[in-house]
Structures are given as C-alpha cells and as structure tokens.
Design a protein around this ligand. Structure first.
Ligand code: FAD
Ligand code: EPU
Length: 338
C-alpha cells in the first residue's frame, strides 16, 4: 500500500476535473495490501470511497473520509476449451485490456474500446457501448468484503447485470472491493456491426470484411468524434441513463412526439435516447457558467474549466426537471454523485 496521505486534492483523480479534497488517500497495489488494510479495521471507522479512474463520479463536496485508489496490476490469459479466459487486476486501465485482447486476436471487447476507467469498475455499472455490454464477456470476478476482509468469487449469475446496473449498485452497494475480473473471450470473432455509425465508418474506410482490430479502430474513431476528451474538457461520459419506459407510457409520448428516438428494450419495454430528449429541450451545446452540455452529445455534461460539482449537479437537476415537464419522463443519473 502507498503511504497514507492526508488532505490531498482529488482533482487529478476525477475526469470531471472538479477540485475537492480528501481527508485521507491511499493506493492499493495488491490483494495482500488490501486484506491487510481491511483486517486492521481502518476502513470501518470512516467514510470510504473505492476509486478506479474516477471517470464515473461527480464530487459535490470534499470527501471527509478515506479514498482508496485500486491500482492492482496484471493481465494473464489461459485457454479454456473453445474460449480464452483473460484475467486482469482491478487497477488495469480498461483500454489497455482491450488493446491486449485485440493484439492477441481475442474477440469480445473490441466494441468497448476507449471507454475510460479501470477493469475493477467495469462490472459495477456493466459498462456498455456499440451493441456490447461487459456482461457479454464476463466470466467472474474476485472481491473482498469490506466488513470481514473475506475474499469471494462472483460468477455471472451472482452479479445481476442489467442496463448500466449490477448487484454492486444495489444489494451489495459499498460492501465489496473488486480486485480482479476474468473475461471469457473467443478466437472466433462474432462481430457486432449493427450500429449505423459503425457501418458508416466501415464503408467510408472501404472495409467489407472487418477484423476485430478494424472494429476497435472504428469504434475509437466514432467515440473521439462524439465525446469530449476528459484531459481537455472535464466530463464523465453520459451523465444520465437512457430511460426505459413501458409501452403504455411510450404510446402517450409517441403520440405527441412522433419523431422521438427509441429502441426496443427487454421485457416489452422501450428505451429512449436521453440525448435526444435533452437536445429537444434546447440544451445541446448550452453553457451555463462553467458547466454545460457537450456540443456533439447533449447527454454529456462538461466542466469548462473551473466548475464546481454543485454547479454541475444543479444544472443536471434543471435538465431533469425540464425534460420531465416536456415529456413526462424522469431522467436518472448514471454518474455517481458524492
Ligand atoms: P470510478 O469512476 O473510479 O468509480 C465508479 C464506481 O465504481 C464508484 O461507485 C466506485 O466506488 C466503484 N468502483 C470503482 N472501482 C471499484 C472496485 N475495484 N471495486 C468496487 N467498486 C469500485 N461508460 C460506459 O458504460 N460506456 C461508455 O461508452 C462510456 N463512455 C465514457 C466516455 C467518457 C469520455 C467518460 C469520461 C466516461 C465514460 N463512461 C462510459 C463511464 C466510465 O468510463 C465507466 O463507468 C467506467 O467503468 C468507470 O471506471 P472508473 O475506474 O473510472 O470508475
Ligand atoms: N441523440 C440526439 N442528440 C444528442 C445525442 C444523441 O438526438 O445530442 C440521439 C441520436 O438520435 C442518436 C441517439 O440519440 O442516434 C443515440 O446517441 P449515441 O449513439 O451517441 O448513444 P447514446 O444513447 O447517447 C449510449 C451510451 C454511451 C455509449 C453509446 C454508444 C448510455 C447512457 N450511454 O449513448 O455510453 O458509448 O450509447 O453505444 O447508455 C456512458 O455510459 O458514459 C456512455 C458514453
């Protein structure tokens, strides 16, 4: 474990670039480190925040407790019948894992290229993009229970994955620290090219038989064109989830707004594009003080330089209320508010 630091700025540790401080801060580099720390009971005596890359958080105030940054490294792989099992430490940068798999010809995560953050956070909200979710390649993960320092393995069935959801955001919220994740990948690429943007980009590159490396490159290019780079403009990706509503509610909205962007969702439900709802309320590219929405993607709230978390939060509240007043649909935040 790194030395316990006191009163440090969390600005370098959150992609929104919000300036707050933490009472205590330490970095964990191994499971042994973590077990030791948990057994000492230090974590039970104060508020605890488990931190990966800080790319799905908004700090609205100083953190009066201990921030534990999980930096457990390492990637390894082994053959398991027709599959390849790749295990990565929770602190591995997600896109480094993607690049490792793509370079070795292990298919499954290429559509998830360039998502910021760490491997350890990937099961928390079941990260997803361009037709693939973490759950599609998840084999298992190991985690330590904070209260008991006991190690446990979670299989697919244990995790309750849903759209931007898992057991770690619900029943087990704040109870476990993930230390590694195992992915089940394939040598036979089953490509997911159904997204219009992927097809258009492949066409413009004259690629008719794409490899997983092509898909990774195409997805990365689409992402760069739509999403702001947190190293220059603070943000945490989509600030809200795309709302999932039932058919009756959809019928009512659709009658009033027949051009509403929507997709079928499991359980006979309908998923709406939150970005469209927000844009339709006139928020796209709008700047309010130091915050606003991104010019190419209204679902992304940004920090234009010196926004406070409270400023961003207040703006998100205004968006929720305006969208609700117009469409009767309540947006839910995807980003974790602290
Ligand atoms: P953090 O922000 O550090 O933490 C997120 C949550 O997970 C917190 O509650 C934290 O306590 C918990 N946590 C973190 N690590 C652990 C651990 N080891 N054990 C237990 N709990 C832990 N997300 C998508 O799904 N799809 C996208 O396409 C996407 N695009 C994005 C684009 C941009 C530009 C940005 C900035 C973000 C985007 N995101 C996207 C959101 C973000 O990348 C993911 O949510 C990512 O998984 C967060 O990882 P992190 O390590 O930064 O987690
Ligand atoms: N749209 C607008 N205006 C906007 C933005 C979007 O009208 O400003 C409409 C367009 O019709 C567009 C549709 O919404 O076709 C969908 O937009 P996009 O393809 O950009 O995807 P999204 O639904 O806004 C989701 C995820 C992203 C993920 C992309 C690609 C959520 C909350 N967001 O965004 O994930 O990368 O799909 O699969 O599900 C994240 O979670 O942080 C994230 C970036």
């Amino acid at each position: 474990m790194s030395i316990l630091q006191e009163n440090i700025s969390l600005k370098p540790y959150n992609t929104f670039g919000v300036h707050v401080s933490s009472k205590y801060f330490a970095e964990i580099f191994s499971e042994a480190d973590l077990k030791d720390l948990l057994e000492k009971g230090l974590t039970g005596q104060q508020a605890l925040l488990i931190l990966g890359g800080g790319s799905n958080l908004l700090f609205t105030k100083d953190f009066d407790g201990l921030v534990l940054k999980i930096s457990i490294p390492g990637i390894s792989s082994r053959v398991d019948n027709d599959h390849i099992l790749v295990t990565a430490g929770a602190g591995v940068v997600w896109n480094d894992l993607v690049n490792y798999c793509v370079s070795k010809g292990f298919a499954g995560v290429e559509n998830l290229s360039l998502i910021p953050g760490t491997v350890g956070a990937s099961p928390i909200q079941n990260i997803g993009a361009y037709g693939v979710e973490l759950k599609d390649v998840f084999h298992s993960c190991t985690a330590f229970e904070i209260a008991t320092a006991k190690k446990r393995t979670f299989d697919f069935e244990d995790c309750g994955f849903g759209y931007r959801d898992s057991i770690f955001k619900n029943e087990l919220k704040g109870r476990y620290i993930i230390t590694s994740v195992c992915f089940r990948l394939s040598r036979q690429a089953e490509l997911h090219t159904q997204y219009g943007a992927i097809q258009a980009e492949l066409l413009s590159r004259n690629i008719s038989n794409p490899t997983i490396s092509d898909i990774s490159s195409v997805v990365s290019a689409i992402r760069v064109s739509k999403l702001p780079d947190p190293s220059t403009i603070g943000n945490a990706g989509s600030f809200f989830k795309n709302p999932v509503i039932n058919k009756d509610q959809f019928k009512t909205v659709f009658e009033k707004f027949p051009d509403i962007v929507h997709y079928p969702a499991p359980g006979d439900q309908v998923k709406l594009a939150a970005g469209w709802l927000i844009e339709a309320c006139g928020f796209k590219g709008k700047t309010v003080g130091q915050t606003g929405t991104w010019k190419n993607q209204a679902l992304v709230l940004v920090n234009h330089g010196s926004a406070t978390g409270q400023e961003v939060y207040a703006f998100s509240e205004e968006i929720i209320n305006t969208v609700y007043a117009k469409f009767g649909v309540r947006l839910e935040r995807e980003v974790n508010i602290l």
